[in-house]
Design a protein around this ligand. Structure first.
Ligand SMILES: *Cc1c(COP(=O)(O)O)cnc(C)c1O
Length: 375
């Protein structure tokens, strides 16, 4: 049995005809950069998300950087970020000479801990950057209320949660990434909506920000050779847009397949004492970008090695809190304690999950995990 964390090859084979035809179409027209398909895909994604502007760019990290560049921030300004996330979220903050203020995450959902946010706010705070980690929304209603009260921005890192729905108490439903001032996403191949290379996008409902983001992503120009801002060169190329436009049609199906695989795991693993299966948030759907267990009693690494003996891959997202990373030691600040972050870094283990999971593969993995805890 060939078990992979993500099986992109089998997924491709099911849509090969459509994808190949769309790639060929781009090649036939030679519109490799900013071809019509880039606009078409952006519009289709905007319709799917129900957001006014989708501005494609070169990758998810660029999306975050461009978002921050559009906010007129100055050196020393502070942005509140969870300490338990992928490096890109905080890296762009450091890159622009801003200060990441790291706060803890919730022990069960792994998302930014709401009770820690207000304490982290100072007169230098300009934004909160929640991450919808592993495919589940942070508590956006509460985050938005705090942001409005303190007049600061919310930039959503939606790289792991394209397709996720968040529900407000009044029943209103929004796609993650469209609730804050700006949403950022990545189309890295293994993401839920992934292309066959690098790609990313920003979302906003704000006209001014939409226009400015579009300019910044394109050398700060409004008209060709007229530059209003210092910008960057960050584009989604036409071939990637063509692939994404095909895959967007399957996104809901892909999210359901991941969700069903996750529920199958949980059904069989939840009774094992020694592990905790993922907790579903009340106000969010879950698209299971990752299926992440908490392994108790310090046995995480042992379980990982055990599974590896049977060629079952697993990953540790993430092994080190951001404040412990060499690059962040001198530029970041910590607010409150990072108790849950530290616990998670030493106990999380993500199992293979993707759109091509079979019962056979899952049963094999489940069987080995059960065996491990019977040892
Ligand atoms: C993948 C990811 C990014 C960065 O995306 P790239 O396209 O790889 O630059 C940013 N934040 C989070 C949470 C991610 O998972």
């Amino acid at each position: 049995m060939d078990i992979q964390m993500v099986d992109l090859k089998s997924q491709y084979l099911k849509i090969k005809n459509e994808v190949d035809a769309q790639i060929q179409k781009v090649i036939d027209t030679s519109a490799f950069i900013n071809g019509p398909i880039v606009k078409e895909f952006a519009q289709n994604l905007a319709d799917y998300l129900n957001v006014k502007y989708v501005i494609p760019c070169a990758n998810g990290t660029d999306a975050l950087q461009i978002a921050l560049m559009s906010l007129d921030l100055k050196s020393g300004d502070e942005l509140i970020v969870p300490a338990f996330t992928y490096v890109a979220t905080a890296e762009v903050i450091g890159l622009l000479g801003l200060t990441p203020v790291l706060v803890d995450v919730e022990a069960d959902t792994f998302n930014i801990k709401i009770d820690e946010i207000e304490q982290a706010i100072t007169e230098k705070t300009k934004a909160i950057v929640p991450v919808h980690l592993f495919g589940q929304s942070a508590e956006m209603e509460k985050i938005m209320a705090i942001a409005i009260k303190h007049n600061i921005y919310v930039i959503e890192d939606n790289a792991q949660a394209v397709g996720t729905d968040y529900f407000f108490a009044n029943g209103m439903r929004f796609k993650t990434g469209t609730i804050g001032n700006i949403g950022c996403t990545s189309f890295f191949p293994s993401k839920n909506l992934g292309c066959y290379g690098d790609g990313g996008a920003l979302f906003t409902n704000n006209d001014e920000l939409g226009e400015k983001i579009r300019m910044i992503a394109n050398h700060g120009q409004n008209k060709k050779y007229f530059h209003r801002y210092i910008g960057v060169n960050s584009r989604l190329d036409s071939i990637q847009a063509a692939i994404l436009d095909v895959k967007l049609k399957y996104l809901d199906e892909y999210c359901n397949l991941r969700f069903n695989a996750a529920m199958y795991y949980s059904e069989h693993l939840k009774k094992i004492s020694g592990i905790k299966t993922p907790v579903l948030s009340k106000n969010s759907t879950h698209v299971f970008h990752q299926y992440t267990l908490i392994v108790e009693d310090g046995r995480r690494d042992e379980l990982q090695s055990y599974l590896a003996k049977f060629d079952i891959p697993s990953m540790i997202y993430y092994p080190l809190p951001l404040n412990e990373q060499e690059a962040f030691k001198s530029i970041s600040k910590i607010s409150g304690n990072l108790e849950n972050t530290y616990k998670l870094c030493s106990s999380v283990l993500s199992l293979p999950i993707h759109t091509e999971m079979t019962k056979e593969i899952q049963d094999f993995i489940i069987e080995k995990i059960i065996l491990f805890f019977q040892k």
